[in-house]
Design a protein around this ligand. Structure first.
Ligand code: M6R
Length: 619
């Protein structure tokens, strides 16, 4: 949550910062700000409530010159979203400006202490406390900024990624991180002079350089125009910077002719999943290779159980993974909300494998959950999309989704990418534990291989959801039902609708209806039922009858050629036939499209829905 951008070099900083903020806007969009040291040596700060465009509008007549700057797009934690609480924040003397992503938990104590020393505050934020604290440390210890940042961060409890400018030192940029992501891009201009870029992720950087350093927790970096790049930790131990080459291209960051990233990402799914399985699923040799498992086969062979920790959509894919791994590998799998798991002293054995599933790889609760599991000796495996993310680096081994950057706040291709990756994982574990017959294994490999083509078919054959969705914009509630592998799909369909259309929606296991929720059914209530031919078809047919006899409106997801459920439904979406365990990757597509078109018909901002941020880096 919140996005940080920074630049130091020969170019004008403002255009780079603004472009970077647009790229990071998915991380928070309630206010934005920039700070540059101008050509005349002023440390300017400009801020505006609302999106980055509001900031651009507001600085039209201001001095936005300068070749060093920091910028921020905010998702409010402390203090309402307004220009005063927006970042960057000045220090008391206005010699420093600072941007921050994270939460300073002891900010109240620190603020009281600083107030007693004469510091006054303009905002309600924890960030202003941080910048004042740094200035206080400079004064108290008569130190330079770098040392003062070290002192200040030692007294801070909480999470932070920060970038800081000093008016009296326009040639240096300082940043630090703990618990919130921060990447340094290392470039060179045409004259061979050093240029440095900062980003909460790689998207503001990739346009200028593909050489990056992922800052680790409790590391502080100092960069200057002469090419100095030093990283030390809070204990003042020098760290060796490791350069990584980004695997990202600019096309992934553009809408490519689609009106929204979400629609683009829905349509990207067939190709995204082809990339995900490329080199991993070998149809000819009937083999599945996950490099993250090659050296750790014994862990999966001998483990007592698997625990999967995740949040939101990733939790839904984890639940599908559980069903598949339990069925294919005959090993108990528990799926935990990371936010609950981390605080309830769970039983974790040293021979447990704990899997973190996270698109961003930065979700604070998921990261904390695996850190807890690590402290109890479990083997950690990460399934992340963002390369070099905190969870990817905190785990012992893992598999990247390789579905490309997901920009829309509502997760779509990451969900199906996670499901196919968990399916690959299940097949590898089944092989290692010898729990599937060769025939079954080969058949699953063949079927999994066809999923991307079947997704393409699903997209091509559900184009009219656009018109159909218009009829449901008046609805206040939706129910989604599924059984077995499709219960998590019902949860995911409901979450998609809720988060981008703001229509209340609930997902239930279909058979649970009669234990309470059926009381909600009337002629106003659309009920979306995932009813493929595979799985408990007859049972779902009975559940549909129960709803119909109470006048509920049935929208179904059915297998191509189905007539029974189709006739019972007010409307049906069709998907191709596949194995029960792989249906979710197809069935979710019409549900993604339904939520997208209902939301756009209601005029919602589907890529940046209210109150949400793509990457939830606070608790
Ligand atoms: O990056 P992660 O997969 O860890 O994110 C978890 C959730 O915050 C995320 O899936 C969220 O629920 C999405 N907005 C759902 O579309």
């Amino acid at each position: 949550m919140c996005g940080i951008v920074g630049y130091l070099g020969d170019q004008q900083a403002y255009p780079i910062l603004i472009k970077g903020l647009h790229r990071l806007e998915y991380r928070g969009y309630d206010s934005a700000g920039v700070s540059m040291i101008s050509q005349s040596g002023e440390l300017n700060v400009y801020k505006a409530k609302g999106k980055v465009v509001a900031l651009e509008e507001s600085v039209k007549n201001d001095d936005i010159s300068g070749t060093i700057g920091i910028a921020h797009t905010r998702w409010a934690t402390h203090g309402e979203p307004n220009a005063t609480n927006a970042h960057p924040h000045y220090s008391q003397s206005k010699n420093l400006s600072l941007v921050h992503n994270g939460i300073i938990e002891n900010y109240k104590t620190l603020r009281t202490e600083l107030e007693s020393r004469g510091y006054t505050f303009c905002s309600e934020t924890d960030t202003e406390v941080l910048v004042q604290l740094v200035e206080c440390m400079m004064d108290t210890h008569k130190s330079d900024l770098f040392t003062a940042v070290q002192f200040a961060l030692k007294s801070v409890v909480g999470a932070y990624a920060i970038a800081i400018l000093e008016k009296s030192n326009p040639d240096q940029l300082i940043c630090a991180r703990k618990g919130s992501p921060l990447i340094i891009g290392v470039g060179k201009n045409e004259n061979g002079n050093a240029e440095y870029y900062l980003g909460s992720d790689a998207t503001p950087i990739v346009e200028y350089t593909n050489q990056v350093i992922y800052l680790n927790d409790e590391e502080i970096a100092i960069m200057d125009r002469k090419g100095r790049l030093d990283i030390v930790n809070l204990q003042n131990v020098q760290q060796t910077p490791h350069l990584h080459t980004l695997q990202m291209n600019l096309d992934q960051l553009e809408k490519g002719g689609f009106p929204h990233f979400m629609l683009k990402e829905i349509w990207e799914q067939p190709n995204a999943l082809r990339t995900c399985i490329r080199g991993r699923l070998n149809k000819e040799q009937k083999d599945v290779i996950l490099s993250g498992i090659i050296d750790n086969k014994e862990k999966f062979k001998n483990c007592r159980r698997i625990i999967i920790c995740a949040c939101g959509t990733s939790w839904h894919s984890a639940l599908i993974g559980k069903y598949f791994i339990e069925e294919a590998c005959q090993i108990p799998v528990e799926v935990e909300y990371a936010s609950e798991f981390r605080y309830r002293n769970p039983v974790i054995f040293e021979d447990d494998v704990v899997i973190a599933v996270s698109q961003s790889g930065e979700t604070a609760d998921t990261l904390a959950a695996i850190q807890l599991a690590k402290s109890k000796g479990a083997f950690l495996y990460g399934i992340c999309n963002v390369i070099g993310s905190s969870i990817a680096r905190a785990t012992d081994s893992g598999t990247y989704l390789h579905v490309g950057a997901e920009i829309g706040v509502a997760s779509t291709k990451a969900f199906t990418g996670q499901v196919i990756t968990l399916s690959l994982l299940g097949l590898v574990i089944a092989k290692v534990r010898n729990t599937l017959s060769d025939d079954m294994y080969n058949m699953l490999v063949d079927e999994l291989f066809m999923i991307p083509d079947k997704m393409q078919w699903t997209l091509e054959n559900n184009k009219n959801i656009d018109e159909f969705a218009q009829k449901f914009t008046y609805c206040k509630n939706f129910i989604y039902l599924g059984r077995g592998y499709n219960y998590p799909v019902a949860l995911e369909g409901a979450l998609k609708l809720k988060e981008i259309s703001y229509i209340h929606a609930e997902g239930y296991p279909a058979a649970e209806m009669k234990h309470g929720p059926i009381a909600l059914i009337d002629e106003e209530m659309p009920v979306v039922v995932i009813a493929p031919r595979q799985g408990m078809y007859d049972k779902v047919v009975s559940n549909i009858q129960e709803i119909k006899s109470r006048n509920g409106k049935i929208i179904s997801v059915v297998t191509e050629g189905d007539t029974i459920v189709k006739e019972m439904s007010d409307y049906s979406f069709v998907i191709p036939d596949t194995r029960d365990c792989f249906v979710p990757m197809l069935a979710v597509i019409p549900l993604q499209l339904l939520s997208y078109y209902v939301a756009t018909a209601k005029g919602r901002n589907v890529d940046q829905p209210r109150n949400l941020a793509k990457s939830v880096t606070v608790e």
